[in-house]
Design a protein around this ligand. Structure first.
Ligand code: FES
Length: 234
């Protein structure tokens, strides 16, 4: 079956975006990341109408669901390109729509500037000070929170997030859960708790849109309860 990849393209941060469609026929047991590589490896890349096209700009590092760099919107849902397989995406139509994350400034094509995630983590003081202390019953939750790869899918889906308002959504609360888990006491723990209130609890409407798109399937609701319970017990 011929697959049509409808791609939202943009030449630079201020250029007008447009859609361009590419055709692919072959093995469907490959990911969107693989397909982007296949298209870019064509000596003369042309779209479905035969028009010459520039190489597709996108970002990746690991191609195995570890770095988060390939986050994009695929068939209207934020996902990782390396973990989204053609055979799963074409059950209703042979067209796959691929767009950049909409909440972040565009760089080119599918490449966006996700720096606000990392500056937000810095502002929330998401690091540990002193020795990490984990009790036996902390390990399973610590493992789950450590799965976060900061891809930004949760923020893309969240109605409360934009890059200007300081709200850090699920990535903020999951990381806070990890830090609070390891910091049992002290002034830094207090600061992280205060920042969790300021950058998460004060603005979260609990739509839980993040929960449905997290590619790492982190139980964000559990993390949220765990952090707020930490406030009570500390
Ligand atoms: S390329 Fe690293 S998560 Fe997809």
């Amino acid at each position: 079956m011929k697959i049509l990849l409808k791609l939202r393209r943009q030449e630079n941060p201020t250029a007008k975006p447009y859609f361009q469609t590419f055709a692919y026929e072959g093995n469907n047991n490959i990911s969107v990341a693989n397909l982007l590589n296949i298209l870019n490896s064509r000596e003369n890349l042309t779209d479905v109408s035969g028009k010459k096209a520039a190489k597709i700009s996108w970002e990746c590092s690991c191609i195995e669901k570890k770095c988060g760099a390939c986050a994009m919107v695929i068939n209207h849902k934020p996902r990782l390109a390396c973990d989204s397989f053609l055979e799963d995406l074409i059950s209703e139509s042979n067209e796959i729509i691929v767009e950049p994350l909409r909440k972040f400034p565009k760089v080119r094509d599918l490449r966006v500037d996700r720096r606000s995630i990392f500056t937000g983590m810095n502002e929330m003081k998401m690091w540990i000070e002193g020795d990490a202390v984990l009790n036996d019953d902390d390990y399973s939750s610590h493992y789950l929170s450590s799965r976060c790869i900061m891809c930004g899918c949760c923020l893309e889906a969240c109605p409360n997030f934009n890059t200007e308002n300081g709200f850090m959504g699920a990535v903020g609360i999951v990381t806070a859960s990890k830090i609070i888990n390891q910091n049992k006491e002290g002034s830094h723990r207090k600061e992280v708790e205060k920042n969790a209130i300021e950058h998460f609890f004060s603005s979260c409407d609990q739509t839980m849109a993040c929960y449905n798109v997290c590619p790492m399937e982190i139980p964000i609701d559990d993390m949220l309860v765990r952090v707020s319970k930490g406030f009570v017990t500390s």
